[in-house]
Ligand binder design. Sequence first.
Ligand code: NDP
Length: 325
Amino acid sequence: MSTKAIRIHAHGGPEVLRWEDVPTPEPGPGEALIHHEAIGLNFIDIYFRTGLYKAPHLPITLGMEGAGVVRAIGDGVAEVAIGDRVAYAGGPLGAYATERVIAAERLVKLPDSIDFATGAAMMLQGMTAQYLLHRTYRVRSGETVLIHAAAGGVGLILTQWARYLGATVIGVVSTEEKAEIARAQGAHHVIVGYANLAAGVRRLTGGAMVPVVYDSVGKDTFGASLDCLAPLGLMVSYGNASGPVPPVELSVLAAKGSLFLTRPTLATYTASRADLVAVATDLFDVVGNGAVKIQVNQTFPLAEAAAAQEALEARRTTGSTVLIP
Ligand code: NDP
């Protein structure tokens, strides 16, 4: 029995992605074999392809998110049963495949109301939005928040969810077209480009600035983002789409008003099964009640993952993207 997978044998551009036959794995104790119906595309897939994030070994199957059906389980699995519709997000790598094995404790059951494509699109980006808005910083009604890449995968979910929590959302995007998309999903204000970011935020907040910035762009926006914070504000640097943030001089945080800085990851916030289930349940609730509508704006065959990654890297995608095996 073999499985089709997108693997890399070396780091590099999209051309290193190879569509290959690999042996179908068997679930060991505590593991489940999933037949994927849809796989989520995420920016982290690009970091692992380029080598910005180190893969544990090569060759390796990329991908951190999927939705499908449990085909087999190993000894001692209590979380899921054969035939269950399930979804997951997070390590280890291996989602870009028709089938994979994963620890059953990393799986959650997908509600019947959520189709596989939506499930694969929302787990990683949506659980990230959940912890960013509820735990990294607890957004309260009446606050104004700044969200970078607001028309992107995480960005559109953050935008809708922050608005649902009663916040005023200022989104940042690179084009007018993306500004329209962010507005259509609830951004109250959208700033196009970073050139005069702090001036724009000052104008929109009447000089108060914002208590939190959600920055996934990294190198190109870090400095501008700090300038948008109110005293004691929190800089949440959660991604590096433009490249990693260079080392930060701590005194900058003092000079700009006793700022706080964090670099969070989904892995930390969902490390325990209890946290994973709580975060996923919260996400299913806001998707189920319609507060957050997952925008699957691009779909590619899994075999064309390279084209999908090229589009994401070149800023040609909006919302979420799924790969169909
Ligand atoms: P997006 O759909 O947001 O795509 C990335 C967006 O970043 C682009 O569309 C673009 O929006 C913006 N961008 C700015 N500069 C660049 C650049 N030089 N190259 C490419 N894109 C750029 O991707 P995801 O939703 O998958 O991920 C968003 C970010 O969140 C990533 O940085 C990812 O690593 C991070 N992330 C972090 C997690 C965590 O727990 N820490 C978990 C999940 C995601 P525009 O054109 O509008 O500027």
